[in-house]
Structures are given as structure tokens and as C-alpha cells.
Design a protein around this ligand. Structure first.
Ligand SMILES: Nc1nc2c(ncn2[C@@H]2O[C@H](COP(=O)(O)OP(=O)(O)O)[C@@H](O)[C@H]2O)c(=O)[nH]1
Ligand SMILES: [Mg+2]
Length: 448
């Protein structure tokens, strides 16, 4: 399924126009095809060479910089040629077509990185990090992905795998002396070593919740009765006048959303129609039903109450509806004289007019979504595939510990420990099934 004996070609830079655009070739004939495109005999390794690129009919396409990276010291571990041409889609496509005419095959999504993985230039975790780095939308996401690419997660997994192996080795040895039973290691010592391993695994899994927040972000819906200042607050959070603000109740009808970077987490803030029990307007009623739904599915509901007015029946309904969820109660318009205080209702005073309390609200949004955990800027693990394999490894190790503590014969303890190792191997891709690879690399774009 994954052949690496042909030579692939693709545009490596994003679609659109730019000063430069890069076409990348990888495979055994990369240098030969580059020779065909330029009529040059050879390219000095890792030297930028100015060359005229021509198509199959010897028609000149562009003058470009050609750089050859001989195997194995290249991104893919194969012979690679990068052609930096003028960044016009027409030019770049013509170069790709010329390479295809010479015999190259158009690369599949993620195929360059897949080849890097298949040639041992990186493990699976690092290959996934390439995709995450490219997709990052906040600087923190990029940093976490880069750490993963640098091998922080790989190193932690390897340390745990080494600890597992240390447990396995004496047990395997004692199997050779079946009459003695736990010959080289006491069941109690085994159980203690397993506990230590579980502790570091649990640490990693705790980080995962934070890591996923950084990676996937969260949705926060602003809800409340009409005219309490939801749209004004939304505009404050979005940093732009995105939603219409008026003193006419029922102005916001559809959902308006904006993605903002809060402490490195991509947060989708959603402004909603004011929730009120009575409305004769069919459009507003639909808006209210969408608002209610948005409030239900959001990771955090920001419940806005107008502090300059006494609480109304509509306010109480909103409070009741959101009671069981992660929410932040905001006392809005705190620049005006208050009709109630925090003693009446625990809330965060905010003014969309002066901006008072908005910074606190941002922090509270992240804290609510991460269950009070302060975001450290480096979570080594975020990917769901990794988390689910780690959980499987954990379950297998718990089984091994219980078996060892109960004096079960070593074979059974060993089987569980080997099982756990298998899951570690799957994370780094020591022997991943082809469907796993296909699923991972299909998410890349072509040229990566
Ligand atoms: N003084 C003051 N007025 C506000 C504040 N936030 C909103 N308003 C006013 O309250 C009215 C309703 O605001 P809007 O954001 O449209 O409320 P929504 O219906 O909940 O979206 C408008 O006249 C706003 O100018 C605030 O923090 N302070
Ligand atoms: Mg509004």
C-alpha cells in the first residue's frame, strides 16, 4: 500500500500567490527529473543553484533556485529536490506538470511526511506533530506541536517503556525456573514498581486534558435575557464591533461567532439572541431556540445579568437552565449604579463600556473549561489517539498490578505488561497497522 520506490512531486507552499513558491520532489529519481527540467547534469548537494526550468517541449517556464538534498540527509530520508520558483499557481503547476511528464507521480496528502516516517526520520508522534504545527492557529498551539516534533512526548514514552521493560525482564527470567515462582522478583516489589509507573502515566494523562484544550480550543456561548449587554460583551471579547448593539430588545437573532486567542487557547465566542419567555415574533423565537441550543452545547456558558436592573423572571429562568453546566455568571454594566450586589448572587462584575472585568472574564473562561487547572504552557500530550492508547496501556498495567498483588503466576502478569508495551509501541508507530497510517496522513494537505 505504501510504496516508496517511485518519485513523488507536489507544490509544498500554500495555494495562492506569493514571492516564492516551492515544488518538492522526493524519491530515487528526484535528481534525474530535476536534470530533465533544467537540462543540467547534476546539482551539488545542499547548494542553491539558479536554473531555467523548462517543460517537456523545452519551453522555458521560470528561472528558479534548485536545491538537492541527497538521501538520507533530507526531510523524507530520500533524495529530495526543492525548486523555489516565483510564487504563481500557474508557474508552480507548470513545473509540477513538467515533473510528471518526466515521470514523477503527484504526491498524496501527507506523503512526504509519511515517507519521512517510513524511512525512520521521525516516529509517528513526530509525524503527527508536523500536521499539528502546520494547522496551529495560536502561538501556544504551535509551541506544543513543536515540542512534540522535538521529541518531548517520545522521550517520556520511552522512559515509561524502559520502566516496563525493567519489570518484564526479571519476570521473564523467573519463568525459566517454573518451580520457584517469582524467582527473581517479589510480588510486592513488582506491585510497587508498577505503582510508580502508573503514577507517571497518570501525570501524562492529566496533562492530556490541558493539552486537548490547547489543541482543540473551546466554545463559549454568551446567554441572557434581551438587553443585558451580551452583544456589547461579545464585541469586547472579539475586539471588534461584530455584533449589532442597540437598546431595542430582541436585536440579535441568529448566532454570531468569532474565534479569539485567549491565553493561547483558540476560543470560539458565540453571541446569542436574548432568552425571554414571551415573544410573538417567529424569527426571534427561532433565534431563542438556537441560543438555548448554543448554551447547551458550549463548553462554557457566560450568563449575563444586568446589574443596573433588579433581576427579572427571565433572568431566573436563564440561571435555572444553566445551573448544572460549566458557567460564569457576569454582572454586566458595572459602570452604572448597581441594583444588586455579589452578596445577592456570586458573579463577576464587567462593563462592556469601560472594559472593566473583561480580562478577569477571559481568565475565568479558560479556568472554567480546564476545571480550574492553570494552563502550563507546555502540555506534552494532546492528541486523542495518543490518549486512548495511553488509557489502554494504563488498564493493562492495572491488570498486571492486581495480578501480581494477588500472587497470580508470572505468565499472566507478563501478558498484561506486554500488552501495555504494545500500546506504547502503537503510539510511536513501531508497528502501526496501515489503516492507522492512512487515517493520520490523509488529514495532511498535499505537499507536506
Ligand atoms: N452603561 C453600559 N451600557 C451597556 C453596557 N453594555 C451594554 N450596554 C447598553 O445596553 C444596551 C443593550 O446592549 P446589547 O449589547 O445590545 O445587549 P444584548 O441585547 O444583550 O445583546 C445597549 O444600549 C448598550 O449600549 C455596559 O457595560 N454599560
Ligand atoms: Mg444582542
Amino acid at each position: 500500500m505504501f510504496s516508496t520506490d517511485d518519485t513523488i512531486v507536489a507544490i509544498a507552499t500554500p495555494p495562492g500567490r506569493g514571492g516564492i513558491g516551492v515544488v518538492r520532489l522526493s524519491g530515487p529519481l528526484a535528481a534525474a527529473f530535476a536534470g530533465a527540467l533544467t537540462s543540467m547534469e547534476s546539482f551539488e548537494p545542499r547548494h542553491a543553484t539558479l536554473a531555467t526550468i523548462s517543460d517537456a517541449h523545452h519551453e522555458a517556464i521560470d528561472r528558479a533556485i534548485v536545491t538537492r538534498f541527497p538521501a538520507p540527509h533530507s526531510y523524507t530520508g530520500e533524495d529530495v529536490v526543492e525548486i523555489s520558483a516565483h510564487g504563481s499557481p500557474v508557474v508552480l503547476q507548470a513545473i509540477v506538470a513538467a515533473a510528471q511528464a518526466a515521470g514523477a507521480r503527484l504526491a498524496n496528502p501527507g506523503e512526504f511526511t509519511l515517507r519521512a516516517y517510513l524511512h525512520g526520520r521521525m516516529d509517528l508522534v513526530q509525524a503527527e506533530a508536523v500536521g499539528e504545527l502546520i494547522d496551529a492557529v495560536t502561538p501556544l498551539q504551535a509551541r506544543v506541536a513543536f515540542d512534540q516534533l522535538e521529541g518531548t512526548l517520545t522521550a517520556r514514552l520511552q522512559a515509561m517503556d524502559a520502566a516496563l521493560l525493567e519489570l518484564i525482564a526479571p519476570l521473564e527470567a523467573s519463568l525459566d525456573f517454573p518451580d520457584e515462582g517469582y524467582h527473581f522478583v517479589s510480588p510486592a516489589a513488582t506491585a510497587a514498581a508498577v505503582d510508580a509507573l502508573l503514577a507517571s502515566l497518570d501525570g501524562l494523562l492529566r496533562d492530556a486534558a490541558r493539552g486537548r484544550l490547547i489543541r482543540e480550543g473551546l466554545t463559549a456561548a454568551i446567554v441572557g435575557r434581551p438587553n443585558v449587554g451580551k452583544s456589547s460583551l461579545f464585541n469586547q471579547l472579539a475586539g471588534a464591533a461584530r455584533a449589532i448593539v442597540t437598546d431595542v430588545p430582541g436585536t440579535t437573532r441568529d448566532l454570531v461567532s468569532e474565534r479569539v486567542d485567549i491565553e493561547g487557547v483558540p476560543v470560539t465566542v458565540v453571541d446569542t439572541a436574548g432568552l425571554r419567555v414571551e415573544t410573538a415574533d417567529a424569527i426571534e423565537a427561532e433565534g431563542i431556540s438556537r441560543a438555548r441550543h448554543a448554551g447547551e452545547i458550549a463548553d462554557v456558558a457566560i450568563v449575563v445579568l444586568d446589574r443596573s436592573q433588579p433581576l427579572t423572571q427571565d433572568d431566573r429562568v436563564v440561571l435555572e437552565e444553566t445551573a448544572g453546566r460549566r458557567r460564569i455568571v457576569v454582572a454586566s454594566k458595572c459602570d452604572l449604579a448597581g441594583a444588586w450586589t455579589r452578596n445577592d448572587l456570586e458573579s463577576l462584575p464587567v462593563s462592556a463600556v469601560t472594559g472593566a472585568g473583561v480580562a478577569e472574564l477571559r481568565t475565568a473562561m479558560i479556568a472554567a473549561a480546564s476545571e480550574g487547572d492553570i494552563l502550563r504552557d507546555r502540555a506534552p500530550i494532546a492528541n486523542l489517539r495518543h490518549v486512548s492508547l495511553l488509557e489502554k496501556a494504563r488498564a493493562a498495567i492495572v491488570r498486571a498490578r492486581d495480578a501480581a498483588a494477588g500472587g497470580t503466576p508470572e505468565e499472566f502478569v507478563l501478558a498484561d505488561l506486554h500488552d501495555a508495551r504494545g500500546h506504547f509501541d502503537d503510539i510511536c508507530g513501531v508497528r502501526p497497522p496501515e489503516e492507522v497510517l492512512a487515517a493520520i496522513f490523509d488529514r495532511f494537505c498535499i505537499g507536506k
